[in-house]
Design a protein around this ligand. Structure first.
Ligand SMILES: C[S@@+](CC[C@H](N)C(=O)[O-])C[C@H]1O[C@@H](n2cnc3c(N)ncnc32)[C@H](O)[C@@H]1O
Length: 287
């Protein structure tokens, strides 16, 4: 992972621009520049243009995506981090630092959120969210989980922290129970019946396990929300990205898990995040 300062990109080769444009790439000039800057030899450039023209996401072709100002490694077959997910990171970072996030109305009092907080990224994919939070939250103790071995291998290249392979909370060490200040999850949330409407490059080159959220898209979200109270510290927060349409059902799932729930959206990033906070009094009546 490297800080993402935009390099000076070369002038695009018109032949490559034409090949990309013919393949349906809307940003052909920009992509031609990017590919030329990523390739080490003319043969490699040719192969990259072929792969892009065949429909592979540009991030999987060049091997990285820019996310929250970082260069995140993206391996073939791993979900490409989306720009809208930066909103989830912004909200989580504010909470982790003990600052007010932009949720209307004000969030419940933050007790455990502080620099050095335990941060867990479930369904981490490339680990983009975990990497961004590790870079933003001072001394954060970061853990990340994914069920897909390809994603886990990729996340291990990006995340300065522990990356586990397994189903949601299952591989996390028991010692984290009740200690997690910030739990983030960009779960698969496309309803099964709508997978066919996704862009072809997503359907063909991102795994179904990264996209398909079941009948209403909320199967994984419900399991994350139900399990969260067992892992959150008192006053800790769960943040999950959803679509606007899924908000009522997502809020109900958070509330069923005993979380105090709020919603925030960003029109600029076309992003919606559901926040659930565990009461700062949670667990006080336990023996
Ligand atoms: C929408 S992608 C998000 C990836 C990453 N968080 C991001 O925002 O770029 C969802 C990820 O969840 C993982 N996943 C799906 N079901 C899972 C489960 N039961 N346990 C852990 N990871 C899971 C997929 O492998 C995929 O990497």
């Amino acid at each position: 992972m490297q800080a993402g300062r935009r390099p000076q990109l070369p002038v695009p080769d018109p032949v490559i621009v034409a090949r990309l444009r013919a393949a349906g790439c809307v940003f052909a000039e920009e992509e031609a520049r990017l590919l030329a800057s990523a390739a080490r030899t003319p043969d490699e450039l040719d192969a990259m243009v072929d792969r892009r023209a065949a429909g592979l996401p540009i991030e999987q072709v060049v091997g990285w995506a820019e996310f929250c100002g970082l260069r995140i490694a993206v391996d073939p077959g791993v979900f490409v981090p989306r720009r809208r997910t930066e909103f989830l990171v912004q909200q989580a970072a504010l909470l982790a630092r003990g600052d007010e996030p932009f949720f209307p109305p004000r969030p419940p009092r933050t007790v455990m959120a502080r620099p050095g907080a335990v941060v867990v990224d479930l369904c981490c994919g490339t680990g983009a969210i975990a990497a961004a939070l590790a870079a933003t939250v001072d001394r954060a103790e970061v853990h990340a989980v994914d069920i897909d071995p390809a994603a886990v291998a990729c996340a291990r290249r990006n995340v300065a922290g522990q990356v586990y392979e397994g189903d949601l909370y299952e591989p996390l060490p028991d010692g984290l129970r009740g200690r997690v200040s910030i739990l983030v999850a960009n779960v698969p949330y496309v309803p099964s019946g709508e997978i066919g409407f996704l862009p072809p490059e997503s359907r063909a080159y991102e795994p179904l396990v990264a996209l398909d959220g079941g009948a209403d898209g909320l199967d994984v979200l419900r399991r994350v929300a139900a399990g969260a109270p067992g892992w959150l510290a008192p006053g800790g927060h769960l943040l999950i990205e959803t679509s606007q349409r899924q908000v009522p059902s997502a809020e109900a799932a958070f509330a069923a898990g005993g979380l105090i729930t709020q919603v925030a959206s960003s029109a600029d990033l076309d992003a919606t995040v559901v926040l659930g906070s565990l009461s700062s009094e949670a667990g006080k009546d336990l023996p």
